[in-house]
Ligand binder design. Structure first.
Ligand SMILES: NC(=O)c1ccc[n+]([C@@H]2O[C@H](COP(=O)([O-])OP(=O)(O)OC[C@H]3O[C@@H](n4cnc5c(N)ncnc54)[C@H](O)[C@@H]3O)[C@@H](O)[C@H]2O)c1
Length: 405
């Protein structure tokens, strides 16, 4: 089997992952023994940050009961909402500090997991969220962290990143210590996910894996995880959307591997996604899904070994051609009920030039295979207006066609 898609093994790369990844139905209900085994703490003061929908559905009950039964003190914090703000996180940090918390457990989608990462930093160190933006190395480290995803999306339980909204702008906090001591992948927790959340978060996960495989900062580990994540998500997302619980469990695992894959970083697709959501608020995965075919079009000249592998994965073996891959993503996005054009997503036409400019200045990606060029990105956004993937391929290079090979 060809391995021309694997990054150069001669190049030094570092791959960070959770210290322990525990998976299995019901595994979140055995958290106390996991804390003992993998963190070495058999008592403590635990702040549990929980998504509101998860709390209301009773999905945190087993975890909390298990902690209390085993002698841990528990303080619950919730109310993070989607796209958590610095004010909401700082308020939860004040509660956790007052309670003397020394362990943080986050249970929810990316919004709660990212907030939990900030809590683990803030209870050990002085200051508020806004004092800790960018790449940070907190002097007092972070409190032991356990992350339990409940969407099949961000893979945030496997990344060093926390996304927070400060004064209306989405900002990144990057800290190598945000990789948790334990990630718990419990499929029981996604069983109640609304179909719309399965669709958007699943496409976010697929975008992570595809963009990580395209990244010039990839490693053999990130590429390996990206390939398996794409296989799992392409093979299962539509079935999960249709109600198949085993397929949904596979998507949760795919999302986790996608999170691990973004050790390589994401590329143009995520930059475009942030610009789209800035002009027209929409779920993160919805903007990622809309942008992904155009990310592929822009990068159509990428390493041929990676291009062929990506095309084969995204078309489930039907084609070696990236145009077919981009069209396959667009078709999947449409079948999942998500918008596939700027018009469908109601992104105003008047914002195209400022999005192209913002993409280059606010969200540069040195690891994108092709350097960012504002005028080409603008033309591509104009193709995205009507969902014209073929037009985007024509704009960004050699016209690829389905019958080229
Ligand atoms: N840290 C990272 O590496 C990383 C990566 C990608 C995205 N993100 C960030 O993560 C955030 C998005 O996270 P997300 O897509 O997981 O969405 P989310 O956490 O905002 O949750 C989406 C919705 O699903 C609901 N929900 C969550 N779990 C549920 C369950 N089991 N049953 C029913 N409803 C449930 C939530 O209440 C919410 O309404 C964004 O801020 C994004 O920027 C972070």
């Amino acid at each position: 089997m060809s391995n021309e898609w694997l990054p150069n093994i001669e190049t030094t790369s570092v791959f960070l992952s959770p210290s322990a990844v525990v998976c299995g139905r019901g595994s979140s209900g055995n958290v106390a023994s996991l804390l003992r085994a993998h963190v070495g703490m058999d008592s403590g003061n635990v702040v549990v940050a929980v998504d509101d929908a998860v709390l209301n559905a009773g999905l945190a009950r087993d975890l909390v009961t298990d902690l209390e039964r085993n002698g841990y003190a528990v303080t619950l914090v919730s109310g993070f909402g989607s796209e958590p703000t610095s004010e909401v996180i700082d308020s939860a940090a004040a509660t956790a500090r007052n309670a003397g918390a020394d362990i943080v457990i986050g249970m929810g989608g990316g919004s709660v997991l990212d907030s939990s990462k900030m809590l683990s930093l803030l209870i050990r160190n002085d200051g508020n969220t806004a004092d800790w933006l960018g790449v940070v190395e907190p002097g007092e480290g972070v409190a032991p962290l356990i992350l339990v995803p409940t969407t099949c999306g961000t893979g945030a339980e496997a990344t060093r990143i926390a996304m927070v909204t400060v004064a209306g702008s989405k900002r990144v906090v990057s800290c190598a210590k945000f990789l948790p001591a334990i990630a718990i992948i419990d499929p029981n927790l996604v069983a109640s996910l609304p179909r719309g959340v399965i669709a958007s978060t699943g496409m976010d996960a697929l975008a992570h894996a595809v963009e990580a495989l395209m990244s010039t900062a990839g490693s053999p580990m990130s590429a390996h995880h990206a390939v398996l994540a794409i296989e799992l998500l392409v093979g299962n997302l539509e079935k999960a959307f249709g109600g198949d619980q085993d397929a949904l469990a596979s998507c949760l695992w795919g999302a986790h591997l996608g999170g691990q894959a973004i050790n390589a970083g994401v590329v143009l697709g995520h930059s475009l996604a942030y610009c789209l959501a800035h002009e027209q608020p929409m779920p993160h995965g919805t903007s990622c899904a809309l942008a992904l075919p155009y990310c592929i079009a822009y990068n159509q000249s990428l390493n041929p070994g990676v291009a062929i592998k990506l095309a084969q994965l995204l078309t489930q073996g039907e084609s070696d051609n990236l145009l077919d891959a981009a069209l396959a993503i667009q078709g999947l996005t449409r079948r999942l009920g998500l918008p596939t054009s700027l018009d469908e997503a109601r992104v105003p036409e008047s914002t195209e030039a400022s999005m192209a400019s913002r993409c280059v200045t606010d969200y540069p990606r040195p690891n994108n295979p092709v350097a960012f060029d504002e005028s080409t990105i603008l033309e591509m956004l104009q193709s995205m207006r009507s969902g014209d993937v073929l037009g985007a391929f024509a704009v960004t290079g050699v016209l690829a066609s389905s019958d080229q090979h």
